[in-house]
Design a protein around this ligand. Sequence first.
Ligand code: FES
Ligand SMILES: [Fe+2]
Length: 411
Amino acid sequence: MAQFSRATLRDMPFNAEVAGLLESLDASQGDVSESLSLPAECYTSEAWFEFEKRAVFDREWIALGHVGAIPDPGDYFTLEVFGEPLMIVRGKDGEVRVLSSVCRHRGHLLGDAQGNAKDFTCPFHGWSYDLEGNLTAAPEMEGTLPFEELKRTACLPTFRSAIWNGFVFVNFDGEAEPLDGRLKALSELVRNHNMGGLASITPVEWPGNKWNWKLMQENALEPYHTHYLHTGIHDFAPSSNVKFAEWDESDDGAIYREVGFTHIDGGFNIAEKALFPALPDLTDEERSRVVFAGVMPNLFFGAQADVVFYYVILPQSAGDITLRVGVLTSWDNLSLPTAGQLLNGTIAGIQIFNDQDTAANIRTHKGMGSRVAPRTRWSPNEKTLAQINNWLIKRYKSYADSLGVPAEAAE
Ligand code: FES
Ligand SMILES: [Fe+2]
């Protein structure tokens, strides 16, 4: 069981479209002052999306959720990443593991959306697995092979996982560089949020968002739009108060910015105030800002005085993503008698911004499908977008090189 399973998709030869896009990436590399956005087809092409699945999502750390939602032994949740059914389970030993939720008999899926289990019994024919994925029962199988033999070959595959600040990640190829070493500056920036010890509400799943996954990160990470798209409701966190980080090749796990508020304990709602008490270890300066961070490719969070809200982005196709949206706060805050109302208010506040961003993302994605779609230069306030592209292109090129197929030779 100690061995991690590898579960990458089969490599595919580039088609002419992918080869052409690979050749055009150089113009999108470099600093915000000189680079262009990605070609529009990188957002709309299903062939490019298939390439990205292999180049990025099969080889990187993919965010799944937060351990605060599964605090006790036996707590678990399930989700699908690119159609791969997974269970994130806290074992009897307190460890969090990422297991396949596919029964080793005939493939029925195990578990509910979330819950607490002593073991996982398949409803189809009653095979049972413990919290570590070991087969513990397989009724009526003794007639063909001894249970001990079956047990050796029919445990649930365990995938390589990592936890950073309480967020659980999976790595399908088993070879990604450890996450901690690539998130040093961001870890320091949000250290006093102590996110690893926060509670998480059960994430809300929002399926059917009709835009490319990169547009989601772009919208979340650039401050240029906040004054225009969010006119009037974002003024307490003006783009003039934004601090960007410099791109650091050796610490490139995250793309992020911080935004100073006009007052302490600001919050993303109509009152512009944090609704819960501030987290206990934050300094006044930290309570007067939000850190918006993308742990690439598919986690985005906003860390403010009282809560951290996060989005796990699960791409379904080039133009469709499922979002799992969660809120972290202290266990003390969650035990307040008004916690339910405060949480509802927090989520409703975020929703106001989200509704505006959603409309913009849908319309931008449509624009990317135009025959005359733009490939733009950036504003200085889009520095994070140039950084996202540096992050992506490094992965795109690395995978293309590993296949050893020169772009010119591809059909
Ligand atoms: S498919 Fe699970 S026990 Fe048969
Ligand atoms: Fe926004």
